[in-house]
Design a protein around this ligand. Structure first.
Ligand code: HEC
Ligand code: HEC
Length: 358
């Protein structure tokens, strides 16, 4: 037995030496072709009826090659100054591309003061960040790279690293027809990948849109009635399949908001305390909650809407219950509402191998 192994090792060695002889022709260089394959993100008909097809910027159509490059870049730690942090460090697939930590840690152990946000069905959004200060996903993706408490890098350095990498220039060529890396192409590719992160296959979708009346328990059905009825949640987290009205509004968290929200960006007092209405899809996975992660559980969130709403919070939204400190739900109603919120999880989305690290 041993002998056979030794002989086969020697044979391999001879073949290997032979393969490396100097006069052998070099391996043929990969011939690069720029022929990107157009892609569309498939969404179910029921969702399309409400929200239509996803709109793409005309200068950044989705292609198979662009999405693949964007996925690689989303998980690329070279984007951060000391190569320790990628987008995915703070946006984790199993957490609906949110961060389970209240505040994300940047490259040098610095912490921001806002919770990272889920990346779910953002292709229909036109305002990004908690204060909606960016209008496209491409613009958004520019920011974390140079943010001193996130990736703390500079764009010339990122471009330099990718340009001198042994794979990236050809991947840029396949996606965009040029081997010359630049920051605009980096953010275009990342935005393409992010647009593919769609979630419309939760238990709720099965029950409500696909007609599977057995998909819900009695408690979940009751929770849905509260969500759309006395809970008034549907006023802002619209059940139009996206669970947001795309507004930046104040849901009455504080009498005296420490974070000014939209006002930080516009300077207008009438925007004080306003934050983006986030989607509730996969909400059970994207704890902690609110822009400052003040609530660790959905029970705490529901308690807030039930009995801790601050009516004199500046610019409180007209869609909030107008009297008292909230909805005044019973213990049973609160449990039912939480049970309903948990039906918005989509395990296919949370585990889809197309979205994981390449
Ligand atoms: C250190 C953690 C961290 C890193 C790294 C990071 N993010 Fe974020 N992300 C956040 C935080 C925190 C917010 C909310 C910040 C705010 O509102 O001011 C956010 C917000 C976002 C949003 C807005 C979502 C919405 O609904 O408006 C998107 C999209 C996003 N990040 C994508 C990315 C991409 C792409 C990268 C990599 C280029 C990245 N992030 C890197 C923490 C991070
Ligand atoms: C006036 C519009 C409005 C209404 C009505 C409303 N919300 Fe919200 N919701 C918001 C806004 C705005 C935020 C983000 C606030 C922040 O972080 O400062 C939010 C945040 C949340 C979050 C945390 C999301 C996250 O990613 O951190 C959950 C969960 C939630 N709402 C559930 C509900 C439920 C359940 C109801 C009904 C009882 C409800 N909301 C009613 C506007 C609303």
């Amino acid at each position: 037995m041993k002998k056979i192994i030794v002989i086969s090792c020697i044979a391999t060695l001879i073949v290997a030496i032979h393969a490396c002889r100097k006069d052998d022709p070099p391996p043929p260089e990969e011939v690069l072709v720029y022929d990107p394959t157009a892609m569309t993100v498939e969404i179910p008909a029921f969702a399309k009826n409400y929200i239509g097809d996803m709109q793409h910027p005309s200068d950044n159509p989705l292609t198979e090659e662009g999405i693949a490059l964007g996925r690689k870049l989303f998980y690329e730690k070279m984007l951060s100054d000391n190569m320790t942090v990628s987008c995915a460090s703070c946006h984790k697939q199993e957490n609906a591309f949110d961060d389970p930590r209240p505040f994300s840690e940047g490259t040098h152990g610095a912490f921001g003061d806002r919770n990272a946000m889920a990346i779910v069905n953002l292709g229909w959004n036109t305002r990004f960040f908690w204060d909606g200060r960016r209008n496209t996903m491409e613009e958004q993706a520019h920011d974390p790279v140079t943010n001193p408490i996130e990736m703390a890098n500079t764009w010339p350095e990122v471009v330099n690293r990718l340009q001198n990498h042994n794979e990236y220039p050809s991947l840029f060529f396949k996606a965009f027809g040029t081997k010359t890396v630049d920051s605009n192409l980096v953010v275009k590719a990342i935005a393409q990948f992010e647009r593919t992160l769609v979630s419309f296959n939760s238990k709720f979708d099965k029950y409500y849109y696909k007609g599977d009346s057995n998909a819900f328990t009695a408690q979940e059905k009751n929770g849905l009635v509260i969500f759309t009825g006395q809970g008034m949640c549907n006023n802002c987290h619209l059940m139009n399949t996206l669970f947001t009205d795309h507004m930046i509004s104040n849901n009455g968290l504080d009498e005296n908001p420490a974070d000014q929200g939209l006002m930080k960006f516009t300077g207008l007092a009438s925007d004080r305390g306003k934050f983006k209405v986030p989607t509730l899809r996969n909400i059970a996975e994207s704890a902690p909650y609110m822009h400052d992660s003040r609530f660790a559980t959905l029970e705490e969130v529901v308690n807030f809407y039930s009995s801790n709403v601050k009516q004199n919070s500046p610019n409180i939204d007209v869609h909030m219950p107008a009297f008292g400190s909230g909805l005044n739900l019973t213990t049973q109603e609160k449990a039912d509402l939480v049970a309903f919120l948990k039906t918005l999880s989509d395990s296919e989305f949370l585990t889809n191998p197309k979205f994981s690290a390449p």
